[in-house]
Design a protein. Structure first.
Length: 190
């Protein structure tokens, strides 16, 4: 476990050119991937909190500035008055922080109290990159398409991550896109 005895995992869907976003939106709509995201980031518990996610401001705004149901959201932004601007003060389902360390520290503390063993990093590009050093596992959805006017990319995977599991190739009927789920785990060296 990598951060205060809590697993840190990243979850993201990427195109063949590492695209993760266009105009602050997902560049595709694949129902099975959205269901996979929800299943991975929520865990049935006795408590109200069923998951913890960490994201950057733009990722939060791409979700219409609404926290995900049954999950606590940590939003990282350099804007000091962001919580006031967005009406997010004094809520127990969303916290605005100003760096990744604060997000991880508060999320790990909350995870212990809620009996959750994983904190999920869900984007964007910079948050993913900054979180690699703490990340134990990465859940990637590979979407077999190249988006040429993409403006957000998933960083190159560090070499210490290796494939642990891989699904069969699947196809989304509505979009016609092929995709698969791949789990990476950090290699531990002796």
């Amino acid at each position: 476990m990598s951060y205060a005895h809590t697993e840190v995992a990243q979850i993201v869907a990427i195109g063949s050119n590492r695209c993760i976003g266009k105009d602050n939106e997902l560049p595709w709509h694949i129902s099975a991937d959205l269901q996979h995201f929800k299943k991975m980031t929520t865990k049935q518990t006795d408590g109200e909190i069923q998951g913890i996610v960490i994201m950057g401001r733009k990722t939060f705004e791409s979700m219409n500035s609404k926290p995900l149901p049954k999950r606590v959201s940590f939003i990282i932004t350099t804007q000091l008055d962001y919580a006031e601007q967005k009406g997010l003060k004094d809520r127990d389902d969303v916290y605005v922080v100003h760096n990744l360390d604060d997000a991880l520290t508060q999320a790990a503390s909350l995870a212990h109290g809620a009996h959750l063993d994983t904190i999920w990093v869900i984007g964007g590009e910079r948050v993913f990159s900054d979180a690699f050093m703490y990340t134990d596992r990465i859940e990637l959805t590979y979407v077999d398409t190249e988006i040429f006017d993409c403006d957000a990319f998933y960083p190159e995977l560090p070499s210490e991550f290796e494939v642990a599991e891989e699904s069969e190739q699947m196809s989304d009927e509505k979009s016609g896109l092929d995709f698969k789920f791949v789990t990476y785990r950090k290699k531990f060296t002796e």
